[in-house]
Write a protein that binds this ligand. Structure first.
Ligand SMILES: CC(C)(COP(=O)(O)OP(=O)(O)OC[C@H]1O[C@@H](n2cnc3c(N)ncnc32)[C@H](O)[C@@H]1OP(=O)(O)O)[C@@H](O)C(=O)NCCC(=O)NCCS
Length: 190
């Protein structure tokens, strides 16, 4: 099944929309922060240059490998990103979610609204997906709070399961399962 286009999703606190090249300056402003970098995957740039931001905006608009990536817009600028990346083959009923918000916008309910919007959208628009999961660094209480607030459950401790900044670290896995109701059942293609 081919990936759908990235739709615009509107909430009370933010708007989720596809990134364009003009978003690179605000993306760089918020991404170039050690407190953001330390909680994200090993390849997240540090420092985060304008060229990194331009590349991310360009790549996410056409790369199926990235999954679906939304810029999180607030006050007319991009203040973070959220993504959903469905797996393939016999694991295609799983999709990984990831998100970050620039430090200037923390604790305003933006990440939890964005995750709620994307989760609802995934159940409605990715008919094969039954499970959304978020592997979170074990020390990251903030991100676990976001997942908990959005109805995700902590399902596993992934001990010594990733490398960040040269250190092997523990992660915890949070997940949401497709709600069981007649309109929300998964449709698996043969
Ligand atoms: C973690 C992060 C996404 C939270 O974004 P946010 O928009 O500030 O989160 P919200 O305002 O929606 O917070 C929702 C809940 O999460 C919890 N939470 C969020 N930040 C927290 C923090 N720093 N410490 C403890 N709990 C926190 C709280 O329970 C909060 O609810 P409350 O404000 O009503 O108490 C943001 O701090 C961030 O991007 N950090 C760096 C990158 C990162 O960690 N990304 C996630 C990788 S898995």
């Amino acid at each position: 099944m081919s990936a759908p286009d990235v739709p615009v999703l509107r909430g009370a606190r933010c708007v989720l929309r596809p990134l364009g090249i003009n978003d690179a300056p605000s993306l760089q402003l918020h991404a170039d922060n050690e407190l953001v970098w330390r909680n994200l995957f090993e390849g997240f740039p540090r420092p985060y240059t304008l060229a990194d931001a331009q590349n991310w905006c360009a790549v996410t608009s056409h790369s199926p490998a990235m999954g679906l990536v939304w810029g999180i817009e607030r006050d007319g600028q991009i203040v973070g990103c959220i993504s959903v990346r469905p797996e393939s083959g016999w694991m295609r009923c799983n999709a990984e979610v990831g998100y970050w918000i620039g430090q200037a916008y923390w604790r305003r309910g933006i990440a939890s609204e964005a995750l709620r919007l994307v989760t609802s959208w995934a159940w409605a628009s990715l008919p094969e997906v039954t499970r959304l999961f978020a592997p979170i660094f074990a020390w990251n209480e903030g991100s676990q709070g976001v997942a908990r607030k959005c109805g995700y459950d902590k399902e596993a401790e992934l001990r010594r399961s990733a490398i960040k900044a040269g250190q092997v670290i523990d992660r915890v896995q949070w997940a949401a399962i497709r709600p069981i109701n007649p309109g929300a059942n998964a449709i698996i293609q043969p």
